[in-house]
Design a protein around this ligand. Structure first.
Ligand code: C6P
Length: 412
């Protein structure tokens, strides 16, 4: 049953108490943190998990027979199972810990360099973050495969008619984001996956911007690879996950060589460990993985449906208020959007607005958001991007809109 957002009781004031940083001041004003798409804030429950790890059981994992090592190993592997359950992966060894989305994409791109050849084609979308463009360009340079681009329209949506035309038996791989970081557009990944599979192509979905708002079910989507970063979903930086279907992870060669990823080593020949260890060379970010598990526990306790409904209210409220400002243009007007608003006012440089409102305690991102092709499409150097999270409030949006008006008056 779909629940109307107004029916959901969302106790944002009590949620805010979980985030110590939200009570600080910036430049003498209460912090208004609207840069959640860059990185989210961390609740006490996750901070506690980090402190607990370093206070009680910091040790290397999968190596020691001693108690601390076993406790750390158990907690790390429990986190892997939590992540498996969250994304509904069939097997826990389909969850590979990485240092983040960028690292996970590079792992897959590097593996595909052994599977592609000249004449093959791979498809990217016009809405991608540089992390989901550059590793594939490098792959194409190495293999001679050709990179094709799904174009976008003025609303910031993918041209699905054009996507269908790009697909052929030459297509080996399609990589798209679930949600655009620059515009907030939610892409029709279900349709993209189905169409790609019809021609035998694998699909990697960059879930970095979706995962904080939408609970993806990798089996229902039938996606081949899904990648996320913990720091965008209340977890720490430096840790993320690659979900890969077992059959693909078995097919791809290891990404890096080193300790823990081997079965046997001699100077004549090395054999590799089974999944997931084959892709986890060296000492991982143990505490990060455990804290990622704690972050998922925290968000799931609030509930992703409740989070999405509340954030949608914030998005509608902020959109309406911002559009009252003369000459303000919002980029990305898809009906399916997460709580991201990218905008400019007339010819004012986004950086100038960002700098002035920072003086008023408000944090937004300005610039091209590591998505230069999106900015090129609109022929702009960048935008001001306000990205909301479930711990933001309408009162904060009021302060933000007032600050933007002030900046506009100062700069026009
Ligand atoms: N986007 C933003 O402000 P890492 O840095 O590896 O955790 O995530 C990279 C990445 C990949 N894909 C998408 C869709 C992303 O949004 C990001 C990170 C941040 O939009 C920082 S550039």
């Amino acid at each position: 049953m779909k629940v109307a957002s107004s029916e959901i009781k969302f106790d944002v004031e009590s949620i805010r108490k979980d985030f110590p940083i939200l009570s600080r001041e910036v430049n003498g004003k209460p912090l208004v943190y609207f840069d959640n798409a860059a990185t989210s804030q961390t609740p006490r429950q996750v901070i506690d998990a980090i402190v607990d790890y370093y206070s009680r059981y910091n040790a290397n994992i999968h190596r020691g027979v001693h108690t601390l090592s076993q406790e750390a190993t158990d907690a790390y592997e429990a986190a892997r199972r939590k992540i498996q359950k969250h994304f509904n992966a069939a097997k826990s060894h389909e969850i590979i810990f990485t240092s983040g989305t960028t690292n996970a994409i590079n792992l897959v791109a590097s593996g595909f360099s052994t599977l592609l050849q000249e004449g093959d084609e791979v498809i990217v979308s016009a809405l991608e973050h540089h992390s989901n463009i550059v590793p594939w360009q490098m792959l194409c340079e190495k293999t001679g495969a050709k990179l094709k681009v799904i174009p976008m329209n003025d609303q910031g949506m993918l041209r699905m008619d054009e996507f269908q035309k790009l697909l052929s038996e030459k297509t080996k791989l399609v990589f798209v984001n679930h949600v655009s970081n620059a515009l907030g557009t939610v892409n029709p990944i279900g349709d993209i996956i189905k169409s790609a599979h019809k021609v035998g192509a694998a699909v990697l979905v960059d879930g970095a911007q979706a995962a904080p708002h939408i609970k993806a079910d990798v089996q229902e989507l039938d996606v081949d690879f899904y990648v996320v970063s913990a720091h965008k979903m209340c977890g720490p930086t430096g840790v993320g996950v690659l979900y890969g279907k077992e059959e693909w992870l078995k097919k791809l060669p290891p990404y890096q060589g080193g300790g823990e990823m081997i079965a046997t080593v001699t100077f004549e020949k090395t054999t590799y460990a089974d999944l997931p260890h084959k892709f986890e060379a060296g000492t991982p970010n143990i505490c990060g993985g455990i804290a990622f598990g704690a972050a998922l526990d925290y968000m799931n306790k609030i509930g992703f449906e409740a989070i999405a409904a509340y954030e949608h209210e914030l998005l509608e409220y902020a959109t309406e208020k911002l559009l009252e400002i003369e000459n303000l243009r919002i980029y990305g007007t898809s009906a399916e959007k997460t709580a991201v608003i990218s905008f400019n006012i007339g010819e004012i440089h986004p950086y100038d607005i960002g700098t002035i409102i920072d003086k008023l305690g408000i944090a937004v991102r300005t610039g091209h958001h590591c998505a230069q092709p999106v900015m090129d499409y609109y022929k702009i150097p960048g935008t001001v991007r306000a990205s909301f999270a479930f711990y933001n409030t309408k009162e904060e949006i009021d302060s933000f809109v007032e600050a933007v008006k002030r900046a506009k008056n100062m700069l026009s």
